[in-house]
Design a protein around this ligand. Structure first.
Ligand code: DQQ
Length: 519
């Protein structure tokens, strides 16, 4: 098992498209109502946005094998964020600065013309590249002058890639994720009149990699991947960064260290047009790397919507054999509460995917039901010294069981623990715990959960915890909720979620010769 980016670029397995798709569909761990690539490899969400009512989701995609190499941009569209339709591959590596991969980036609108700013990957380094789209965002032409930005030569960098681009003060602004060796992660700020020629404005902010031990779940890492910067007011108003505004700004980044994808963090603070003063930094997801490389956008209704990549927790070999790897976490709305805490909720459109209501057996302090593609919503009163325990994907004898415990310590602090120690009889999957504090006020705690085979996402008072589990037994389907101590479950509801993947999906593979995608 590894989460090492370098490991993700090794290998060379080439599988026939039909075999890959058939293997993916046959895998009992493949989520069905979460967005996945038709088969092969998926990682970061890219170019997330909405145009003319249609949501676009691009993603890091290897259509040839379930491994991180020769990355393309996959593309899908939706009018409701629930039902997705595949579109042709948007970007394919070609001779030049993206010969070995079209890495992460964003979609912007240049006076009506769709433009992608992405990281070309070649010869072990990344540079900023542009591609221009037609009106439907289906076909893309790369800028002849790529790359348009090279890493600064006079700074000792740990890495340099990924983009956040916006309009500010009548010009284009851009952040590129990076890290300064010996200091910490950073985001370099640039300015442009035409998207082609960029003036460096220095670091927006520099992290302190020595401030916390590297094992700390809030460690900011030695490089920041996938920087995402926006304005978000507690009244719900959101938009691109604006140095002239007093509104709180949020910088999302994924802490990275020497090939290891660590976890996404959210820094909240003030932006003056040149620099960002962080007032607090929060873990964006208590499941860490399982909600990695988040990218957000403001949709046409004004919501700030977040996508992120649910990494796997099984071995690289198991991923290759499964014929697919990686899914998107559910799209979520992001809000900032009055005390400055960032909270998440699955978009309300997901209720469209609800099927039959779950029947719950039991009463008062213990309920059970069943399903491996379900949603549940539980409100519980959790006083000091008490808790609730929610079992998922469990067998009747408890041999396999994933368990969420939400409890309130004598200090009054609420915490969530996702115990994966018995989540699978397979010794090769990661079964470590996820633990974190849940800022909350009041005794009543709202817990929402989404189980989609190997995917588990819970929201405890809007604090997200995303993870992956791989039960081996077909009867690992029981879901339960139990009140402990003086806790009381006041409401409990659940639904089967109908998501079923269409059997035919285009992989988008061109008939590459074997030697073109091996090596
Ligand atoms: N994934 C992309 C990079 C990014 C990383 C490559 C984050 O652009 O830094 O697939 O997972």
């Amino acid at each position: 098992m590894t989460d090492d980016l370098d490991d993700r670029t090794r290998g060379g397995v080439v599988t026939d498209e039909r075999d890959l798709r058939a293997a993916a569909l046959a895998d009992p761990h493949r989520p069905a109502y979460h967005f996945t690539a038709p088969a092969g490899w998926l990682n970061d969400p890219n170019g997330a946005g909405q145009r003319g009512g249609e949501y676009h989701l691009f993603y890091q995609y290897n259509p040839y094998a379930a491994e991180h190499r020769l990355i393309h941009w996959g593309h899908a569209v939706s009018t409701d964020l629930v039902r997705w339709e595949d579109r042709p591959i948007a970007l394919t590596p070609s001779e030049g600065p993206d010969a070995e991969g079209c890495w992460s980036g964003v979609l912007v609108d240049d006076g009506g013309r769709p433009v992608i700013m992405y990281s070309g990957h070649a010869e072990g380094r990344q540079t900023a590249c542009l591609a221009y789209g037609d009106e439907t965002l289906t076909s893309w032409t790369k800028e002849a002058g790529n790359p348009v930005i090279e890493p600064p030569a006079d700074i000792d960098l740990t890495a340099f890639r990924d983009h956040c681009v916006w309009r500010e003060g009548g010009r284009w602004r851009q952040l590129i994720g990076s890290g300064i060796r010996g200091e910490g992660g950073t985001a370099f700020l640039y300015e442009s009149d035409d998207l082609l020629s960029w003036r460096p404005l220095g670091s927006l902010v520099v992290g302190d990699a020595a401030a916390l031990p590297s094992a700390d779940p809030a460690w900011t890492g030695t490089m920041w991947e996938c920087v995402d910067f926006f304005r978000l007011h507690p009244d719900g108003i959101t938009g691109p960064p604006d140095g002239a505004s007093d509104d709180p700004h949020v910088l999302l980044f994924s802490a990275w260290d020497n090939g290891r994808t660590m976890h996404p963090l959210a820094a909240i603070g003030a932006y003056d047009g040149r620099s960002f003063e962080i007032s607090r930094c929060q873990r964006l997801d208590l499941g860490g790397r399982h909600a990695y490389a988040p990218q957000s956008f403001a949709d046409e209704s004004g919501r700030r919507i977040l996508w992120s990549w649910m990494q796997e927790s099984r071995s690289v070999d198991a991923q290759r054999e499964a014929g697919w790897s990686g899914a998107m976490a559910l799209p979520r709305t992001l809000t900032l509460d009055a005390s400055g805490v960032l909270r998440q909720a699955p978009v309300e459109e997901l209720s469209m995917a609800r099927g039959a209501k779950l029947d719950w057996a039991g009463e008062t302090d213990r309920f059970t039901s069943s399903g491996d593609q379900i949603e549940f919503a539980i409100d519980a009163d959790i006083p000091i010294g008490s808790g609730v325990e929610i079992g998922m994907l469990a067998t009747a004898d408890g041999e396999e069981r994933t368990c969420l415990r939400v409890s309130r310590a004598v200090s009054g602090e609420l915490s969530a623990v996702l115990d994966r120690s018995r989540s699978s009889l397979d010794d090769h999957v990661d079964r470590s715990d996820h633990v974190g504090a849940v800022p909350s006020d009041g005794d009543v705690v709202r817990i929402r959960g989404f189980v989609d085979r190997s995917s588990v996402e819970v929201f405890v008072d809007g604090i997200a915890l995303t993870t992956r589990v791989y039960p081996t037994r077909a009867d690992a389907r029981i879901v339960s909720a139990a009140a402990q101590g003086r806790s009381a479950i006041s409401t409990i509801a659940g639904w089967a979620l109908d998501g079923q993947e269409a059997p035919v999906r285009a992989m988008g593979t061109a008939p590459l010769r074997r030697e073109e995608h091996v090596g």
